[in-house]
Design a protein around this ligand. Structure first.
Ligand code: ADP
Ligand code: MG
Length: 702
């Protein structure tokens, strides 16, 4: 069995039946299919049930293939020359549909009174279903195989089609390998796992993923490959984590005076969740091992304060700390927030801000302060990673991110000192569980699952822009009751001028609608001093409305503001909307989030608005976001974040399999972290093969 497998894994695709040199080149360049085994692991993306026959009246879903038995009652050619097309009427005994050939009509031979099998994808046009370029086979030419079971469909590129690598060709190539597969292929998963998780054997799965006996067999085969794919990713991530946890780390046992001073200066107590998380982090800091932890919590759960207190733990133990944000605006806001918190400790804790727009002149004292240790905490963007930034003794790093720093960038920080600093990754909003297990799968997780007390859930209402008058009346009532209002306009980076114009128009309109109140406006293009002035006027209550772009997304804290009005909410992503909503609901009064959109919405946008209205739970919103955006969007994140490319598993839908696969990998590594056991040899071998396949060497970046 083993030799069989080795043979398939080493046989050049060019030497497989029905391939040849030219097609082999295309398979290699288009799909990275190099061997017979690669071909076998080229899984279909869908299956069509050829055992099911439809009536025309039963079609209810465009875009899915159907097959129908019937006759062609009438046909004619329209147009001349290249524009010529053939149009025919197909009749199933009760209903009609239309068949169209834009090309090659002259080769279609139609006959009246003959029974045909029609196969194709319907679309609706002129109140009738249409099939463009359908397969039309006279019934007496229909072979039993054609209408048997599930027919696999493979993703093809244009270049593949050009050398006639179409669905039929791929099926034929794979079918040619089946006799060998059926002789038995060695499994890439251990028997114990196959048994415990009831997974199909490799041999059965290869047969049934391509030519399934039935739907159940197809699903079992796919589940097995999904499990396997996710299992090896998890094994890799977790082995990395286990290895790194052997790294020595700076010991920070003391809870010192600065930590206590800030804690005592707070006007309220920490929430239970904040305390628990700080304990978890402090346990890591004491351990003598390097910490790598993910801090998750909903908007407004008080992550920033937790991060700051942990930085002070490091400072009290004689180390420096830094907080890295993905954008300048966020870095600025963190700096301002920290400065405010640290005001009572002004002489004991020195902080500085370093971003791309820090002038050369201002950089010199910062560089010096970092080198001689007089700066305790540095806040900034990835400018922190520049080579000329030298530390005295960097011991603690906070990365505040929204899936924007990849693993590689995180790793770069660690090369700054011989002993790697402790790393706390903080997400702006919750992230879906499946993403946490992959993109951040090498981190331990702490979750703040509690909001500070006294917060009333924000009430969210969705209005079409046409009902603006009603919205304004509502806003006026709130202002009359002494509250304040945010109005946010979307920002499209590609055209700042137009964005500004939109913002200015919106501002003018609000000034006209509310002549009796003062209104502030802030945006990213403003000078810092002007922005501060406008913000200050709003914070002090002088202005009642703050018109802004997403500048206010994070950081601003005005408990008296009870309305967040979002213009063109359809232009924002779910997590951004949730972030914005988090700006209100911070005081004792009931707060509102008003989502204004145009009347006509795509299905997708409508769902986003509905979710916002339905829940305030950031974790639920993150899951919904993943379902809506689907894995396509995620793949980008995955590739930049973790270097993993998923072929069959789908993070939007395979969460359960992922959790099991992670557990299975964890169980193995808990007993045998280095995979030295003879029993685990198969896993070690597979990991080695995978590592060779991955262009990027994962181990280099840790
Ligand atoms: P996050 O970064 O998690 O979105 P923030 O750190 O911005 O949340 O905290 C939200 C607001 O709640 C801030 O104004 C912060 O000062 C305040 N806050 C933090 N912790 C507490 C607490 N335990 N009790 C009351 N307010 C708190
Ligand atoms: Mg925050």
């Amino acid at each position: 069995m083993r030799t069989q497998t080795v043979e398939l894994a080493h046989r050049d695709i060019a030497y497989c039946k029905n391939v040849g040199a030219k097609r082999a080149d295309i398979l290699r360049s288009e799909k990275n299919i190099r061997t017979a085994m690669d071909m076998l692991r080229y899984f279909p993306f869908k299956y069509i049930d050829r055992s099911r026959f439809y009536r025309i009246a039963e079609i209810n879903d465009e875009d899915t293939f159907v097959q129908i038995i019937g006759e062609v009652t009438e046909w004619h050619t329209i147009g001349i020359g290249k524009a010529q097309r053939l149009s025919a009427t197909f009749f199933d005994g009760t209903h009609q549909c239309e068949l169209v050939w834009f090309r090659g009509g002259q080769y279609v031979k139609l006959q009246r009174g003959v029974k045909y099998l029609l196969f194709g994808k319907p679309s609706r046009f002129n109140h009738m279903y249409n099939f463009v370029h359908p397969d039309l086979t006279p019934w007496d030419k229909v072979t039993p195989e054609m209408t048997q079971g599930l027919e696999p469909y493979y993703s093809l590129t244009e270049k593949m089609q050009r050398v006639n690598l179409n669905q039929k060709a791929i099926r034929t190539i794979i079918a040619g390998l089946m006799p060998e597969v059926k002789m038995g292929v060695a499994d890439t998963m251990g028997a114990d796992i196959l048994q415990r998780y009831r997974l199909m054997s490799m041999t059965d799965a290869l047969v049934n993923v391509h030519f399934p006996a039935n739907t159940q067999a197809m699903q079992n085969a796919r589940a097995r490959f999904k499990f396997e794919e996710l299992f090896y990713i998890q094994l890799q991530i977790l082995r990395q984590m286990k290895r790194r946890e052997q790294n020595p780390g700076f010991a920070m046992p003391t809870v010192g005076s600065r930590f206590h001073a800030l804690y005592k200066s707070l006007p309220w107590d920490l929430t239970g969740a904040q305390k628990r998380v700080i304990h978890e982090i402090h346990d890591d800091l004491k351990s003598g091992r390097q910490m790598n932890r993910l801090l998750q919590g909903d908007v407004g759960s008080g992550k920033t304060l937790v991060a700051l207190l942990c930085c002070l733990l490091a400072v009290d133990n004689g180390y420096q700390a830094c907080i890295m944000a993905p954008t300048e605006i966020l870095a600025n806001q963190h700096y301002e927030t920290l400065k405010a918190f640290l005001a009572p400790l002004r002489d004991a804790v020195h902080i500085a801000l370093l971003t791309g727009s820090t002038t050369q002149k201002n950089r010199v004292p910062i560089h010096n302060g970092l080198m001689n240790g007089t700066i305790h905490i540095l806040i900034g963007t990835h400018a922190l990673l520049e080579d000329n930034v030298q530390w005295n003794n960097l011991g603690f790093v906070v990365i505040d991110e929204q899936h924007r720093f990849g693993v590689a960038q995180r790793a770069k920080l660690w090369t700054k000192s011989l002993t790697p600093p402790h790393v706390l990754v903080m997400t702006a909003t919750p992230i879906p569980r499946t993403l946490a297990m992959t993109v951040y799968g090498d981190l331990r997780v702490s979750i703040i699952d509690e909001l500070p007390p006294g917060r009333k859930p924000v009430q969210t209402i969705h209005y079409p822009l046409e009902r603006r008058a009603q919205v304004y009346a509502f806003v006026r009532k709130q202002i009359e009751a002494g509250r304040q209002v945010y109005v946010v306009f979307p920002l499209i980076k590609e055209n700042e001028k137009m964005d500004l114009q939109d913002l200015q128009n919106g501002f003018n309109e609000l000034c006209e609608a509310f002549p009796e109140y003062k209104i502030s406006m802030v945006h990213g293009q403003m000078k810092a001093a002007d922005k501060d002035l406008q913000m200050q006027r709003f914070v002090s209550g002088e202005t009642k409305i703050l018109v802004a772009t997403t500048v206010i997304e994070v950081g601003v804290n005005v408990p008296n503001a009870t309305v967040m009005m979002i213009q063109n909410a359809e232009r924002f992503g779910l997590s951004q909307l949730h972030q914005l909503r988090g700006r209100v609901g911070r005081g004792a009064d009931q707060s509102f989030c008003l989502l204004l959109t145009k009347m006509e919405l795509s299905k997708d946008t409508r769902q986003r608005m509905d979710i916002m209205v339905a829940t305030n739970d950031g974790f639920r919103i993150a899951e919904a976001d993943l379902q809506l955006r689907g894995p396509g969007d995620l793949e980008g994140t995955l590739q930049s974040g973790t270097l993993f490319d998923l072929h069959i598993a789908n993070l939007a839908t395979d969460g359960q399999i992922l959790a099991l696969a992670r557990q299975a990998a964890m169980d193995i590594l808990d007993k045998d972290p280095l995979l030295e056991d003879q029993m685990n040899r198969i896993y070690k071998e597979q990991l080695d093969i995978l590592r060779v396949q991955q262009a990027y060497n994962w181990s280099e970046i840790s």
